[in-house]
Design a protein around this ligand. Structure first.
Ligand code: CA2
Length: 147
């Protein structure tokens, strides 16, 4: 396979609050830090990243559809939509790009409503509970799949 030129990074609802609220759960890094980390990690292999964060499900779905035209894979932390959204899952399945699912916190150790992910079985990579650093590992694993 040719080296991919671009990845899509999608962060879902409320992740714009990273570093501002609940640092005991999500750490002190901001969304800008997450986006810079993923961009730097992908740049190690000459790959660009387009970053999207939205609090609106339809905006996320449109971004995923647009990614089909010029992105080789998707790194996504769907936030709370992980546990509720069939439509987000359908969008990811529909574009048929390799997906890496990231969660900052260890959702398996939190409330039972966080234990199910609608995205898990359409994702090829899962990095859960490794803090913001998990985005870098997810990026590398996704690029390994695409190489
Ligand atoms: O651990 C994760 O990355 C989550 O995807 C984060 C979601 C949560 O609903 C999932 O169960 C697990 C919440 C994102 C909200 O992020 C905030 C960050 C700072 C302050 C408040 C919310």
């Amino acid at each position: 396979m040719n080296t991919p030129r671009r990845l899509l990074l999608v962060n879902g609802p409320n992740l714009n609050l990273l570093g501002i609220r609940e640092p005991e759960i999500y750490g002190r890094e901001t969304l800008a830090d997450v986006e810079a980390l993923v961009a730097e990690t992908a740049a190690e292999r000459g790959v660009e990243v387009r970053c999207v964060q939205s609090n609106h499900e339809g905006v996320l779905i449109d971004a995923i559809h647009e990614g089909r035209t010029d992105c080789a894979g998707i790194i996504i932390n769907p936030g709370g939509l992980t546990h509720t959204s069939v439509v987000l899952r359908d969008a990811l399945a529909g574009v048929a790009l390799p997906v890496a699912e990231v969660h900052i916190s260890d959702v398996s150790q939190r409330e039972s409503f966080r234990h199910h992910s609608f995205v898990a079985d359409v994702a090829a990579v899962h990095v859960i509970g490794e803090g913001v650093a998990g985005y870098a590992r997810a990026t590398r694993q996704l690029l390994d799949i695409l190489a």
